[in-house]
Design a protein around this ligand. Structure first.
Ligand SMILES: Nc1nc2c(ncn2[C@@H]2O[C@H](COP(=O)(O)OP(=O)(O)OP(=O)(O)O)[C@@H](O)[C@H]2O)c(=O)[nH]1
Ligand SMILES: [Mg+2]
Length: 286
């Protein structure tokens, strides 16, 4: 018996609600007056969190990529990604995380590096923060301004409209709603997005995402599972792992059977909050 019959469920992950399409149109308009784009990526999944829609929309503009939530990613792998982006592409790539907050000064230095000093006659310039939902865009605006100006929250689609703040006499900064794209062609990447908490939980089954996460952790991060859940060597399958977690956490339902939904959320929350350790899900190409 499978807890969620992963193999045959054939769930296709897709989440592109109307408000995102509206936000996309508003961003097109905004970009006409933008001088630098700040693309926030999730340091655990720099590939899956790169939105191809945004890449197409911003390709004419100077870009600063920020590998965000770096505190939740593997330090060495994040360094490799940083090096990858800073040698492979024209823009600048920076890091940000709870343990290494990016300063306002470093960001401005990169902005000036990309678009030079402001001409004496020209008006103040604008930067825009773009990226997928729940990646930390609004938190970054608050961090850079050292004020709680934007609403943040640990779920996707918290920000629903653009918010513009003045950084100094030369720069404005605009926060935007998180954007996905209509067709998530690479479903492996879609699962990684869901695993990190980018996709609204009404659009995916927690059990399905947890099954994927369990499989991935068993094959790539077994040591992290041993540390947190003290798993025996005999546990090699997602169902066994989830059953074990249900037992040690007492997340049992009727007749002492695992409450699969609750257990799935337990595992996902442990991964998302870093309780399993700082685990990256993607490494840069050789
Ligand atoms: N561990 C960690 N958590 C972070 C970091 N930055 C943001 N968060 C958390 O990530 C969650 C989402 O943050 P937001 O700033 O609301 O994300 P957003 O990109 O604006 O999301 P939307 O507005 O929904 O698109 C919040 O719970 C933040 O506290 C970080 O660097 N490290
Ligand atoms: Mg936001």
């Amino acid at each position: 018996m499978g807890c969620c019959d992963h193999e045959s469920s054939g769930m296709v992950i897709s989440w592109y609600p109307g408000h995102m399409n509206k936000a996309r149109k508003e961003l097109v308009k905004l970009l006409r007056g933008i001088h630098v784009v700040i693309e926030v990526l999730d340091a655990r999944i720099p590939m899956a969190s790169a939105n191809p829609l945004l890449a197409a929309m911003t390709k004419q503009l100077p870009i600063i990529k920020i590998l965000n939530k770096a505190d939740l990613a593997d330090k060495q792998i994040t360094r490799a990604w940083l090096n990858h982006f800073n040698t492979q592409s024209a823009g600048i790539c920076l890091l940000n995380g709870r343990d290494q907050p990016l300063s306002f000064e470093s960001l401005l230095r990169s902005a000036y590096q990309l678009c030079g000093p402001r001409g004496s006659q020209s008006r103040a310039r604008q930067m825009v923060i773009v990226g997928i939902p729940n990646v930390g865009k609004s938190s970054l605006l608050n961090q850079l301004t050292d004020r709680k100006l934007a609403k943040t929250g640990n779920e996707p689609a918290v920000t629903r409209r653009q918010q513009r703040v003045q950084l100094d006499e030369d720069w404005y900064l605009v926060d935007t709603p998180g954007l996905l794209w209509p067709r998530l062609e690479d479903q492996g990447a879609a699962y990684r997005l869901a695993c990190t908490g980018t996709i609204r939980n009404t659009a995916v089954e927690a059990e399905d995402i947890a099954w994927f996460t369990a499989e991935m952790l068993l094959s790539e991060h077994r040591h992290a599972l041993s540390r947190r859940y003290h798993i025996a060597a005999s546990i090699t399958e997602p169902e066994q792992l989830l059953r074990h977690i249900a037992e040690i956490r007492g997340s049992l339902g009727k007749g002492g059977h695992p409450d699969w939904h609750k257990t799935s959320e337990l595992l996902l929350n442990d991964y998302r909050s870093g309780k399993l350790g700082s685990l990256s899900l993607e490494t840069p190409p050789e």
